[in-house]
Design a protein around this ligand. Structure first.
Ligand code: DQA
Length: 147
């Protein structure tokens, strides 16, 4: 099973970025823990971050060509990017949307996700554990389990 974990803008700043909201873990810390869990689940994990919308679109297309599932924290592009939504829909990748924070408990503009309708499901509000739970959920889907 192959999974590409894709991270959008400003997530490279985790650790120092609004720690009251996003916590103290860096993206490298999250990547490390996710890799450990992926090894245990026998998942080939690719982990990427970009601040550029078009590059995020290209990453989704690459995952599609590789036949990989997509675990995506699109950050602010979650709420704005029709191009990202079209990439997920157009490639037909199985995607799980994740967020560190509970976006529904925050500003109204974060309550809308343009990508949620083309994702299998959404996990938000558990800090770095959202990534681990998302990996489990996506692996479960990709392996076609029914329970
Ligand atoms: C985020 C939530 C988004 O609203 C925000 O723009 C981010 C991070 C999260 O992981 O909680 O950059 O995706």
């Amino acid at each position: 099973t192959a999974i590409h974990c894709l991270n959008g803008p400003n997530l490279n700043l985790l650790g120092t970025r609004e720690p009251g909201i996003y916590g103290a873990a860096t993206l490298a810390d999250i990547e490390h823990d996710l890799h450990e869990r992926a090894v245990r689940l026998d998942i080939a994990l690719t982990f990427r971050q970009t601040n550029h919308e078009g590059e995020l679109v290209s990453f989704v297309q690459e995952a599609g060509r590789a036949g990989a599932g997509v675990l995506i924290n699109a950050a602010a592009y979650t709420h704005t990017s029709i191009a990202l939504r079209d990439a997920i829909a157009g490639t037909g990748v199985t995607a799980v949307e994740i967020h560190l924070s509970n976006v529904h408990a925050r500003e109204a503009f974060r309550h809308v996700s343009l990508i949620a309708p083309v994702c299998a499901g959404v996990i938000a509000g558990f800090g770095p554990y959202s990534y681990l739970a998302g990996l489990d959920a996506l692996a479960h889907l990709l392996r076609g389990r029914s329970s």
